[in-house]
Design a protein around this ligand. Structure first.
Ligand code: FES
Ligand SMILES: [Fe+2]
Length: 384
């Protein structure tokens, strides 16, 4: 909190000092984040400058935007943007703020031949250029007026956007992950469903929750642990731009989509068929993958105490018959809604706990290696 007399923020300074000190601590001795990183307004403002305004954020799957005019809107820590498929079939991203008097142009997701502002009906093309503006004087020239464009990358069917047009490319930071995951051919998975939610917690609580199976036996004893038990998770080191752990399936367990034993993807090794990578691309994109299914969350921090996120499931070609696709989607979503509701309860709970004046950092378990990697990344970005 800001000290009005001095203009300093002792809470922020305390957090930064703790994070900076943690950079020198090895995983074997590491503790969790200082609780104030989840609750301090000063920290959130610094995240906006050092992380959200500079990093690559996942907007979703490329196949959601495969037809001209298909769009999805996002808020990157308060900055409204949208990604859209233009008339040439390229995915591009723009500011979602009208060049007239700042109205928000698009909501949610959908498909539009042109973008019409809801306030005074200025019309934009799919390349962001202003096409027309009704009842403007003769000396008004729409030429040269465009929505500010935002950088886009496509990595194996994932669309990433960056508010910083000069940001270094994402790919070199995840190249090691790309090699490791090449056999999965992630770009082939097609969207089964996508949805959006807002939870009352800090965005980092959700990233961290996805990064470990330590909580699975306690929070998901019947829904997850019965098939993917905490004790079968392994935590090899991640890389510069990502963490990843590997979850082995209990012997003899089969999931819905693989009931008939069909091999969908010959390129996967036996080990890859039985062990699922759970991945986080810094800062806020997480997913798990198996031969048939990709389950993902793309987070949009929504102030300190809320996180909005798009999440969905994509499937490998042949995993779901065309005629039963909607029924499969409903069934998969219902199962994941149950797991998510278990996580939601505990994640909203720990956010409230982090607000306590008596809250403190605790020692990490060997199964929380990815939390340490995320903390190292986060500390470097905030203090670096
Ligand atoms: S604010 Fe968009 S047309 Fe006026
Ligand atoms: Fe969980």
């Amino acid at each position: 909190m800001l000290d009005k007399a001095s203009g300093s923020d002792p809470e922020l300074e305390g957090v930064l000092a703790a994070l900076k000190a943690s950079l020198a601590i090895p995983f074997e001795e590491a503790v969790s984040m200082p609780p104030r990183v989840y609750t301090s307004e000063g920290v959130f403002q610094l995240e906006r400058e050092n992380i959200f305004a500079r990093e690559w954020h996942c907007a979703g799957r490329a196949d959601e935007l495969s037809e001209p005019g298909a769009y999805v809107t996002l808020d990157i820590a308060g900055e409204p943007v949208f990604a859209v498929c233009d008339r040439e079939g390229n995915i591009r991203a723009f500011s979602n703020v009208c060049r007239h008097r700042c109205a928000r142009l698009l909501e949610g997701r959908g498909k539009a031949g042109r973008i019409v502002c809801p306030y005074h009906a200025w019309v934009y093309n799919l390349d962001g250029s202003l096409m027309s503006a009704p009842m403007m004087p003769d000396d008004f020239d729409a030429n040269g007026i465009s929505l500010p464009e935002i950088a886009v990358e496509n990595w194996r069917g994932w669309i990433y956007i960056n508010l910083d047009r000069n940001a270094p490319p994402l790919f070199p930071r995840i190249e090691a992950l790309d090699e490791e995951m090449a056999n999965y051919h992630m770009e082939r998975y097609t969207t089964l469903f996508v949805t959006e939610e807002i939870w009352d917690t800090n965005w980092k609580c959700l990233v961290e929750n996805f990064s470990e199976a330590y909580h699975v036996f306690a929070v998901h004893p019947t829904t997850v642990d019965a098939a993917l038990p905490t004790r079968l998770g392994t935590y090899p080191p991640g890389g510069e731009g990502f963490f990843r752990y590997c979850q082995k399936k209990l012997e003899g367990v089969t999931f819905d989509l693989e009931k008939d034993g069909t091999v969908l993807n010959d390129d996967l090794t036996e080990e890859q068929r039985e062990t699922y990578p759970i991945v986080g691309i810094f800062p806020a994109h997480v997913f798990s993958i198996s031969e048939d299914r990709l389950f993902w969350l793309a987070l949009q921090p929504h102030g300190i105490g809320q996180v909005k996120f798009r999440w969905g499931v994509s499937v490998y070609p042949g995993a779901v018959p065309d005629e039963g696709r909607d029924a499969h989607a409903a069934k998969a979503k219902a199962a994941l809604d149950k797991v998510n509701s278990e996580d939601r309860g505990i994640i909203e709970n720990i956010y409230r706990g982090a607000s306590s004046n008596l809250a403190s950092s605790g020692r990490l378990s060997p199964k929380e290696r990815c939390l340490w990697e995320f903390k190292q990344y986060y500390a470097q970005r905030l203090c670096g």
